[in-house]
Design a binder for this molecule. Structure first.
Ligand code: ADP
Length: 507
């Protein structure tokens, strides 16, 4: 196995279920690679451990090779061999774990949504720690993410620190408290955790079903640092309405809990260098943006009769959290207001997917509306570049990346004031916000009137004050949404936690 070089910075290992661009379902994938790259740039040694999914984008992994040694890990009373692959993704060393388990945990053609996800990811969490132990790693920080790898926290303290993998502090980031991965308590035993010890109200027992365990709760209770992805969301989840049953747990552990706004990967999302685009452009040369809009219209066979017609974009997972009924409403309202609308989205929820297929078919040959119901990296970049406005009417939004990406591409966000949207989109007409921070249109009440109000104000400004609009576009494109300041924040949390641990050992 590959050993870790000694360096002055921290040694940080992320254990995660996603990493962009090789295994991305949503924002989690972007965060794992964006944060890691930024920490690496700041002089830290960062590695990532992922499952080896069959459906990864293998063409984006450099120098992929299998190690000679297998790592054996425990599950459900037996030891299973894991083949370990190493490679480089976005300049970061990555380990991929391929379990030799008869149930082919990561050979399913999709990342999540399998009937045995609890099993798949508790297996992976344990195998990842086993890899670190057997490789002789001495990380300062093990950073796990969401319920899929939250198992790492109790596994580390209960099993792996006693075995000698004891150099690390554990950081757990919850990217969305809606997904908690609860399961019957007995299922926890498979990965070797002690159900009797852990199925207790102050440990992993689910707060609303006492015969179930909750991995996210385990992540909160057993980690040294707990973060979520924006300051406003961190406040929201500490209330009974927003906490999805975990508000009391978060309040009991509030000292170690903090919200840090995600950044975006400004190399991957850069209109000046983006090779997916028809034409690259910058804030000082918006002709290129206009050409992308025209190219998009041609590609999707939308009307180009009026080049000034505003184009509204929306790129999203179509799940209730994202305000799907408001997205549907925004499509029709945009049409009434004389604009064009492009939706790129797909839904894991069959009835929502069907509903949007119905709308897509209805507008199949329409001059001004196009719905593309799939996941498509090329189209996403092209739509950010082509659109004038970008709508995000979320019911709740832990952080949200699309508003930041949209701004970087000069598309003005129209967003509901919730979670990370509230921390990154500031209304152009809000006199309580200093002028230099105002960058979009917001609404508070998640209903059709709220959407109408923000959309209409956007259309009015676009049509009546093109010069002011252009200034907003340029301003938004120049906002620094890079990971720099957020990574500095994580670095500070990590360092303080490591220092506290060292001080405790010395006393
Ligand atoms: P979430 O993590 O809840 O899905 P975020 O706003 O944090 O939402 O992140 C969404 C990310 O996924 C963005 O990078 C966005 O561009 C991308 N995305 C969402 N849907 C699609 C799609 N259908 N095709 C391509 N990219 C998508």
């Amino acid at each position: 196995l590959i050993s870790s070089p000694t360096r002055p910075g921290l040694h940080i290992i992320h254990i995660a279920a996603e990493m962009a661009p090789v295994a991305k379902v949503g924002g989690l994938g972007d965060v794992v690679s964006g944060l890691s790259k930024s920490l690496q740039k700041r002089g830290h040694f960062v590695e990532v451990v992922l499952p080896k999914y069959d459906c990864m984008q293998y063409d984006r992994i450099r120098d992929l090779r299998a190690l000679d040694v297998m790592v054996e890990s425990y599950f459900a009373g037996r030891l299973f061999k894991n083949k370990i692959w190493v490679g480089t993704v976005e300049g970061l060393p990555v380990y991929l774990i391929e379990p030799h388990h008869p149930e082919n945990f990561f050979w399913r053609g999709q990342f999540y949504g399998e009937h045995d996800d609890f099993k798949r990811f508790s297996f992976f969490s344990r195998a990842a720690l086993e890899l670190l132990l057997q490789a002789g790693k001495k990380p300062d920080i093990i950073h796990c993410h969401d319920w899929q790898t939250a198992f790492v926290a109790p596994l580390y303290w209960d099993l792996y620190a006693p075995k000698g993998l004891n150099s690390a502090r554990i950081c757990f980031t919850c990217h969305n408290f809606e997904y908690q991965g609860t399961a019957p308590a007995s299922e926890l035993a498979s990965c070797g955790l002690d159900v009797h010890q852990l199925n207790r109200p102050d440990r992993m027992q689910d707060n609303s079903a006492h015969d179930r365990v909750n991995p996210v709760k385990g992540g909160i209770v057993f980690s040294n640092i707990v973060t979520t992805v924006s300051p406003t969301y961190a406040q929201e989840v500490r209330t009974a309405e927003g906490g999805r049953g975990l508000h009391s747990t978060l309040n009991s552990h509030s000292k170690k809990f903090i919200g840090i706004l995600n950044g975006i990967d400004t190399d991957a999302w850069n209109p000046a260098t983006d090779t997916f685009l028809k034409v690259q452009y910058t804030a000082n040369d918006l002709q290129g943006k206009a050409e992308n809009k025209e190219a998009m219209r041609r590609l999707l066979q939308l009307s180009s009769a009026d080049i000034k017609k505003p184009l509204v974009g929306c790129i999203t997972r179509l799940v209730p959290q994202k305000g799907v009924h408001l997205i549907r409403h925004a499509i029709y309202r945009t049409l009434e207001l004389g604009g064009q609308f492009i939706l790129l989205g797909s839904s894991p929820v069959p009835h929502i997917q069907r509903e949007f297929e119905g709308i897509a078919n209805h507008f199949q040959n329409h001059d001004h509306i196009r719905l593309i119901l799939k996941y498509d990296e090329f189209l996403s970049h092209s739509i950010y570049a082509a659109s004038d406005m970008f709508i995000i009417p979320s019911i709740f939004e832990p952080c949200g990346l699309t508003q930041m990406i949209a701004m970087r591409f000069g598309s003005i966000p129209i967003a509901r004031k919730t979670g990370g949207l509230n921390d990154s989109v500031f209304d152009i007409d809000d006199d309580t916000i200093p002028l230099e921070f105002r960058n979009g249109f917001t609404f508070l009440t998640p209903d059709e009137q709220g959407v109408n109000n923000a959309l209409e104000r956007a259309f009015n400004l676009y049509k009546n004050n093109p010069d002011i609009w252009k200034q907003f576009v340029q301003k938004d494109m120049n906002i620094d949404f890079s990971w720099d300041s957020s990574a500095a924040h994580y670095e500070e949390l990590y360092s303080k936690s490591v220092a506290r641990a060292r001080a405790a050992i010395q006393t």
